[in-house]
Ligand binder design. Structure first.
Ligand SMILES: Cc1ncc(COP(=O)(O)O)c(C=O)c1O
Length: 394
């Protein structure tokens, strides 16, 4: 099945002899399951027979969503988690469970992921080193020196949209017997599927493009077979799982992912072109730019004609106060701290996603005081342009 059909069909409409088939998977809220005889429950608890027994382990609603996300990312299995950050945490734990407790992370990743590495993993004795993954020679030498257990990257970085050479990063990581964990939230599996390029584990904030409507907090971890076993084993004990209601909403959202994302990418491209000519804009960051520093990787890994639905731009002579005032003038674009929704969202990294990143690190990441990020929605692009234009006209 092609991607556009998978999003609509995978995971749904399970047939059981004699039972009617619901056309969409229902929300199964029960926390506990039992069977006609205790021996069956015993076998399910002992993993000798497939089945449900307790919602921390699995539910039919989550299982349907997990089958869908496994198909979309071409993995061996997936786990739906309570948030994107829970997905990041469990993915790293699964990667390190039988490897040296050393992580090499890209220096261009989501602020909360930096926080998790520095404030949760590091205090537990896990060594964390940051590196520019777009400098392959440097990356390879740091891997050689550090001998990490895991490498963590974003397929498209937040908010400056840097794109590393995933295939080469995977080769170098595998050469060191480490696990490659890729956050694919920005790209979505519609643009690229990291497992096909050698990653071991992929994570998503499902709160973004997958659910897509600004009404879900959730995540997914999709892995190859060996790592999926670890992910499941950790999850059975720690239980950071998605609730069935959110699993249902995420699955419902994914059914329109292909349609939504295509439109969002078109809108983002048009916005980037318009902003590039705007007199109040210093610089625009978007993946279709011919002078994008990673255009070779973008040509190599991105699905043809799709450059993502996020763009960032720097507003001339704007300090924090003026950026906040610009945000207050927006009438339709939502100045909210997320991305991937049907409505266009605008975020100020200095006060939101990268607020808690140390100023020096933020500087190294290239995130300036006048930088804002737009996640294009599915509205008429002329309306988005008109709103940004009036807000900039002061
Ligand atoms: C790239 C990326 N990864 C992970 C997360 C964390 O996801 P969540 O907010 O669902 O925990 C975010 C949230 O903005 C994100 O942008």
């Amino acid at each position: 099945m092609k991607f556009e059909s998978q999003v609509v069909h995978a995971g749904d409409r399970k047939r059981r002899p004699g039972a009617p088939v619901p056309s969409t998977t229902p929300i199964h809220l029960s926390s506990t399951y039992f069977y006609e005889n205790a021996a069956t429950l015993d076998r399910v608890l002992g993993h000798e027979e497939e089945g449900y027994c307790y919602a921390r382990y699995a539910t039919p609603t989550n299982a349907a969503l997990e089958e869908l996300t496994t198909a979309l990312e071409a993995g061996a299995g997936s786990l739906a988690t309570a948030s994107g950050m829970a997905a990041v945490q469990i993915a790293i734990q699964a990667a390190l469970i039988d490897r040296p407790h050393r992580i090499i992370a890209s220096n261009a990743i989501y602020g909360a992921t930096v926080g998790m590495l520095d404030q949760i993993f590091a205090p537990f004795g896990i060594d964390v080193t940051y590196v520019d993954i777009c400098d392959l020679a440097k990356f390879a030498s740091v891997v050689e020196k550090q001998k990490p257990g895991a490498v963590f990257v974003e397929s498209v970085s937040n908010p400056l949209l840097r794109v590393g050479d995933l295939g080469r990063i995977a080769e170098i990581t595998r050469g060191a017997n480490a696990a490659l964990v890729v956050d694919n939230t920005f790209a979505t599996p519609m643009i690229l599927r990291p497992l096909e390029h050698g990653a071991h584990i992929v994570v998503h904030s499902a709160s973004k493009y997958l659910a897509g409507h600004g009404d879900v907090l959730g995540g997914v971890v999709i892995s190859d077979e060996a790592h999926h076993e670890h992910v499941r084993a950790i999850s059975r004990l720690a239980g950071p799982v998605l609730g069935p209601f959110e699993a249902y909403l995420t699955m419902r959202g994914i059914k329109t992912l292909a349609l939504r994302f295509e439109r969002q990418c078109q809108n983002a491209r048009r916005l980037a072109e318009w902003l590039a000519l705007h007199p109040k804009i210093d610089r625009v960051y978007y993946c279709s730019d011919t002078d994008h520093p990673d255009s070779a990787q973008i040509q190599k890994y991105f699905a043809p004609g799709l450059y993502g639905a996020i763009l960032s731009f720097e507003i001339k002579d704007h300090k924090r106060e003026q950026v906040l005032a610009f945000m207050d003038r927006l009438k339709m674009v939502v100045p909210g701290t997320s991305l991937g929704d049907v409505h266009t969202l605008l975020l100020y990294p200095w006060s939101a996603s990268h607020r808690n990143v140390a100023p020096k690190m933020r500087e190294r990441m290239g995130i300036k005081e006048n930088l804002v990020r737009v996640a294009a929605g599915i509205e008429a692009v002329d309306d988005i342009i008109a709103d940004l234009d009036q807000a900039l006209a002061h």
